[in-house]
Design a binder for this molecule. Structure first.
Ligand code: ADP
Ligand code: MG
Length: 389
C-alpha cells in the first residue's frame, strides 16, 4: 500500500476507534508538508519565496455532528479532545480550534468529529502545523457544504495560526500547503499575495535532513526577528525620508547608503532579506530553465546569509548543510523553516535520490547529531479532498 493510503486508512480507523462506528462515509483531506527552496524569513517582510510541497501528509477524516462542538483525535499523539465554539483550548488542539473559529467568523461550520493521522515530523521545519490547519480547514468547509477558493482557505488558516496560536508568521506555509501543484514549485509574492506555479524542468527531488533539534517557534527568536525587521523599516523610513512600508521597498543600494542609520545588527538583518529576495528570482528562473546547479548555488548562498546575517541557524543545521552540499549529486542545500533547529533541504537529481539519501544517512549521526534523520521528498500537490481529484 502506498504511504498516503496507509495514512488515510489510519485516519479513518482513528475516527471509528475514538468516536464509534457510524454508517456515514467520512470526508477525508490530505495536506502536504513543504520545503522552502529559497526565500527564508522573507514572507513577513512582504518579500518573495519559493516553496515546494512534498509527499508527506497530514490526513484528516471527518464526520458531521448534530451539535456545534468539535471532537478531535490525533492518532499520532494518542490524544482526544472536545471543545465548543466558546472554548479556547491549548496545545495541539489550539490549531484545530483556531481554524474552526476563523471559518465560523465567515459562515456556518457544523460541529464535527475529526481524526488526524500524519507522517510529517512535527517541529522539524516542514510545516506540520500548516498541513494540519489546511487539512482541518478543507474538511470543515466540505462538511459546511460551502465553497471557498483555495487562496481564501490558505488565508483563513494563516489567520488561525497567527491569532489562535500566536506565531507572527507570514503566509508562506499556508500558501505552499494550500496552493502548490504537483511537479512545480510555487513562486510567491507575499506583498501582493500573487503566485505563480513554476514547473520543474527536469527530474528533481529533495532530501530532508531533520537535525532532531526541535524548535519552538512561538518561544524562540522568531518573533525577535520580526521586531528587528520592523525596527529596520522604521530606521530606513526616517533615514531616507521616503515611505518605506516594508523591507520590500528597499534595494541593496539604499541599504548600503543608510547602513550607519541602522547599526550593525539591523543592517545585517535587512541585508539578508534584501539579498534573499534577489536569490528567489534567480532560483525561480533557473528552476524554469532546468539549471538546477544555479538553484543550488542560490540555496547555499541563502544558507550563509541566514547563518551569518540573520543568525537563525545553529551548529547542527550548518553541519547538515555542509554534509549534504559535499555529497555527490546534490545541487545545493539550506535550512528550511524558521530555524534555530529543524531541517535542512537539499535539491537532488531525481534518479539518484535514494542513493544520495543513503550516503548522507551513513554519516549523519556522526556529523549532525544522534537524533538526526534523513528522508526523501518528491514534489507534490497542495491540500486535496479525497475522491475529488
Ligand atoms: P512545524 O510546523 O515546523 O512542524 P510548528 O511548531 O509550527 O512546527 O507546529 C508543530 C505543532 O503542530 C505540533 O507541536 C502540534 O501542536 C501541531 N501538530 C502537527 N502535527 C500534528 C498531529 N499529527 N497531531 C496533532 N497536532 C499536530
Ligand atoms: Mg509551523
Amino acid at each position: 500500500m502506498r504511504e498516503t493510503e496507509i495514512l488515510v486508512e489510519r485516519a479513518r480507523t482513528g475516527l471509528r476507534e475514538a468516536f464509534g462506528d457510524d454508517d456515514t462515509d467520512p470526508v477525508v483531506a490530505l495536506a502536504p508538508a513543504r520545503v522552502n527552496l529559497v526565500g527564508g524569513h522573507t514572507d513577513y517582510n512582504d518579500g518573495l519565496c519559493l516553496p515546494m510541497a512534498i509527499d508527506r501528509h497530514v490526513a484528516v477524516a471527518a464526520r458531521p455532528r448534530d451539535d456545534d462542538s468539535i471532537r478531535v483525535s490525533s492518532t499520532d499523539f494518542d490524544e482526544t479532545a472536545t471543545f465548543s465554539p466558546a472554548d479556547d483550548p491549548s496545545g495541539w488542539v489550539a490549531y484545530v480550534a483556531a481554524v474552526a473559529r476563523v471559518l465560523r467568523e465567515d459562515g456556518d461550520v457544523p460541529g464535527a468529529d475529526l481524526a488526524i493521522a500524519s507522517n510529517v515530523p512535527t517541529g522539524a521545519g516542514l510545516s506540520s502545523s500548516a498541513a494540519l490547519e489546511l487539512a482541518v480547514g478543507r474538511v470543515l468547509v466540505e462538511l459546511a457544504g460551502a465553497a471557498l477558493a483555495p487562496k481564501a482557505l490558505a488565508l483563513a488558516c494563516w489567520r488561525a495560526e497567527r491569532e489562535g496560536v500566536g506565531v507572527e508568521c507570514g503566509i508562506l506555509d499556508q500558501f505552499a500547503v494550500g496552493l502548490c501543484e504537483p511537479d512545480a514549485a510555487l513562486f510567491l509574492d507575499c506583498q501582493t499575495r500573487e503566485y505563480e506555479h513554476v514547473p520543474l524542468a527536469g527530474d528533481v527531488g529533495v532530501l530532508v535532513v531533520d537535525t532532531g533539534v526541535s524548535h519552538e517557534l512561538a518561544d524562540s527568536g522568531y518573533n525577535d526577528r520580526v521586531r528587528e525587521c520592523e525596527a529596520a523599516v522604521t530606521a530606513l523610513r526616517d533615514a531616507t525620508g521616503t515611505r518605506v512600508r516594508s523591507l520590500r521597498d528597499v534595494d541593496i543600494d539604499v541599504l548600503e547608503t543608510h547602513a550607519d542609520a541602522l547599526g550593525d545588527v539591523l543592517y545585517r538583518r535587512a541585508r539578508h532579506v534584501v539579498t534573499e529576495n534577489e536569490r528567489v528570482v534567480v532560483a525561480r528562473d533557473a528552476l524554469k530553465a532546468g539549471e538546477f546547479g544555479r538553484v543550488g548555488d542560490a540555496m547555499l548562498a541563502g544558507h550563509e546569509s541566514l547563518r551569518d546575517d540573520y543568525e537563525v541557524s545553529c551548529p547542527e543545521l550548518d553541519a547538515a548543510v555542509e554534509l549534504a552540499a559535499a555529497t555527490e549529486g546534490v545541487y545545493g542545500a539550506r535550512m528550511t523553516g524558521g530555524g534555530f533547529g529543524g531541517s535542512v533541504v537539499a535539491l537532488v537529481a531525481g534518479d539518484a535520490i535514494e542513493r544520495r539519501a543513503q550516503t548522507i544517512r551513513d554519516a549523519v549521526a556522526d556529523r549532525v547529531g544522534p537524533d538526526a534523520r534523513v528522508f526523501t521528498g518528491r514534489p507534490s500537490g497542495g491540500v486535496r479532498l479525497l475522491g475529488s481529484e
